[in-house]
Design a protein. Structure first.
Lengths: 184, 439
């Protein structure tokens, strides 16, 4: 490219010199044509990176999942000392459990009755069985098909609170609704 | 399972022990010496034990086990052998009674241990009343050398029987639940050991939770509950063969097993539809019979020694109390009337008493009452304790105690409540069951 520019410039100079020498009358000087650079070969085209579209990660559990049930519904109801009748707060939570279970009919649950340590082992198995049955019956009354529910009592064998005071015992008097199959 | 079967075999099949009378070197006294119990206070009897052996430490080891057995009974105060003046009595000699009187020994048991030409361990011993200077007992006990502890327990039993007038209980075992791990993640394994905590071995591997083991009358079988994530079942474990078998195909949760006195039947609870009732199964025919039908909780059945009566725990009257009924379920009557909550009733081996757990004032106690109710007496008290089991002689009750936030451990209390001892086992332990005396 440099070479050809140089040649054009030389030619223009020669033409000017001839005209200038031939007459007195100065001729209108024609400006030299603009020099345009022409690339020899175009550079390879690089496409811009494509704009990726991804779904946002969910802000909560997948609907119908075990996590959905635990987080958005609640999987445990609590009982008073030596009682298996459902408290109002338990009924409110079980209403939500029943609605969720009706919405996800493939889900099966096991109701696990638990007792605090302030009773003897064998009696507490019986007490836990009663608590599990209370929950099972309530869910059934709210439209959950009985064949989707099984029950077991863990007595005082599976405490969730390990303290040795009323605060821990009240936590351990519960019925846990465990999803055994069919969750998302 | 083989690792513990080997151990079991060793104590089940090679445990034959022969006992024969020694020829008396002295007239046997007609009136045995007794530990004194006056006004509810036990004055333990000072006793010297000296089993010798030449060329081995077996004599010393046997002496220590006999001393520990007698001491733990609460009725004896074994004298430190370092205090002995007469160093070696000789099995065919008469003791120098004056030297034993000097150290205030009221009884002396001396003997010699030796391994005979056939490789069997033989211990000859004599029991003397130091003050009347009379022989009370002379026996020869033989077993294989690895069973030296059983020989020691047999000697302790003979001494205890002669001096207390009651059946011995040292040659017995405890089946229990060995507990480990944090609360909420407890590992519970079926385990067995001698009554003094020696020779512990596990019968299950801890992959599932085992609870409430109970011995059959011949102590060869153990019924217990297995709790899994989705089931509660009863199994029977045969100690002799190592076989374990689920008992029946029973719908619902099955727990609280207990053998009938002749071992032919099993009483247990079934929880179904939230209601817990008591059933009795004939173990040969597998025929089951429901013996309670009350909508209340009926659990923890225990047969009387003659098999005619079942005592159990029920909340049919509102709070958990003790009830008795005929073994067929008829004639139900309440037998506990004190304030508080009652559970885990167990008939004494003689059938005259019932041991139980009572909760009142925020504490747990082990107590006894008459078989028909009444004469209630609480023997112990703590934050949490339960699960009484009787020694075969009806003199002691073992149970477990769980302090706040700690692993449970085994304890025994004398039936009048005057003697309370920790059972020597180093790990966590619950749900003890005391075997009958070994054959």
């Amino acid at each position: 490219m440099t070479k050809s520019v140089f040649k054009l410039a030389l030619l223009a100079c020669a033409t000017l010199s001839v005209a200038a020498c031939a007459g007195k009358k100065p001729e209108v000087v024609t400006p030299p044509p603009a020099v345009v650079e022409q690339p020899a070969t175009p550079p390879a085209y690089t496409p811009p990176p494509p704009a990726e579209t991804k779904p946002l990660s969910p802000t909560g559990p997948v609907p119908g999942s075990q996590q959905d049930f635990v987080v958005n519904v609640g999987d445990r109801v609590f009982f008073d000392l030596d009682q298996s009748s459902l408290r109002e707060d338990a009924k409110a939570l079980l209403d939500k459990q029943a609605a969720w279970l009706v919405r996800y009919p493939a889900v099966k649950v096991r109701i696990e009755g638990n007792a605090d340590e302030r009773g003897t082992r064998e009696y507490n198995f019986a007490l836990g069985a009663r608590r599990a049955e209370s929950v099972s019956q309530y869910l059934t009354s709210k439209g959950v098909v009985p064949s989707r529910i099984s029950t077991i009592s863990y007595g005082k064998e599976n405490p969730i609170a390990t303290g040795a005071d009323e605060e821990a015992w009240s936590q351990n008097r519960n019925a846990h609704t465990a999803i055994t199959e069919g969750a998302q | 399972m083989t690792y513990f079967l080997k151990r079991l075999k060793h104590f089940v099949f090679s445990a034959f022990i022969a006992i024969g009378p020694l020829v008396a070197t002295h007239a046997v006294a007609q009136t045995p010496l007794r530990g004194e119990v006056t006004e509810g206070v036990i004055a333990p009897l000072p006793i010297a034990i000296d089993i010798e052996s030449s060329g081995s430490d077996l004599g010393d080891k046997i002496t220590k086990v006999v001393m520990a057995d007698l001491e733990r009974s609460g009725f004896f105060k074994p004298i430190d052998p370092n205090a002995f003046i007469e160093q070696s009595v000789g099995i065919d000699a008469t003791p120098t009674f004056a030297s034993w009187k000097t150290i205030n020994a009221q009884a002396l048991a001396n003997g010699v241990a030796r391994v005979d030409g056939e490789g069997r361990l033989q211990v000859d011993f004599r029991l003397w009343d130091v003050f009347s200077e009379k022989q009370l007992l002379g026996q020869s006990v033989t077993a294989t050398p690895e069973n030296w502890r059983r020989i020691a327990h047999k000697i302790a039993d003979a001494i205890y029987e002669k001096l207390t007038g009651e059946e011995g209980y040292f040659d017995t075992r405890i089946v229990f639940v060995a507990e480990s791990g944090a609360r909420g993640k407890r590992v519970k394994r079926l385990a067995i050991m001698d009554q003094d905590g020696a020779n512990p071995s596990y019968l299950t591997d801890g992959s599932y939770k085992v609870m409430t083991p109970r011995f059959s009358a011949d102590s060869q079988e153990v019924a217990y509950m297995v709790l899994r994530e989705d089931s509660a079942r009863i199994y029977v474990f045969n100690i002799e063969t190592g076989r374990q078998e689920a008992v029946g195909q029973i719908k619902g949760m099955v727990f609280a097993p207990r053998f009938s006195p002749d071992g032919s039947k099993l009483a247990y609870s079934v929880a179904q539809g939230g209601n817990t009732d008591i059933y009795v199964m004939d173990l040969r025919t597998r025929a089951t019979r429901r013996v309670t039908t009350d909508p209340g909780i009926d659990t923890s059945p225990s047969f009387s020694p003659d098999g005619s009566t079942i005592v159990f725990n029920s909340d049919r009257g509102g709070s958990p109390q003790l009830y008795a009924m005929n073994a067929d379920g008829s004639g139900v009557r309440r037998i506990s009337f004190g304030g508080g909550i009652y559970s885990t009733p167990v008939f004494s081996p003689k059938g005259d008493k019932i041991a139980f757990t009572k909760q009142s004032g925020g504490r747990f106690s082990i107590g006894v009452m008459d078989a028909g109710g009444g004469n209630e007496k609480l023997l112990t008290s703590s934050f949490l304790e339960e699960g009484p089991t009787w020694a075969p002689n009806g003199r002691y009750i073992m149970f477990f105690r769980e302090p706040p936030g700690a692993l449970p451990s085994l304890w025994m209390v004398e039936a009048s409540g005057r003697i309370e001892r920790a059972v020597p086992y180093s790990g966590g332990a619950s749900d003890p069951a005391w075997s009958p005396r070994l054959k």
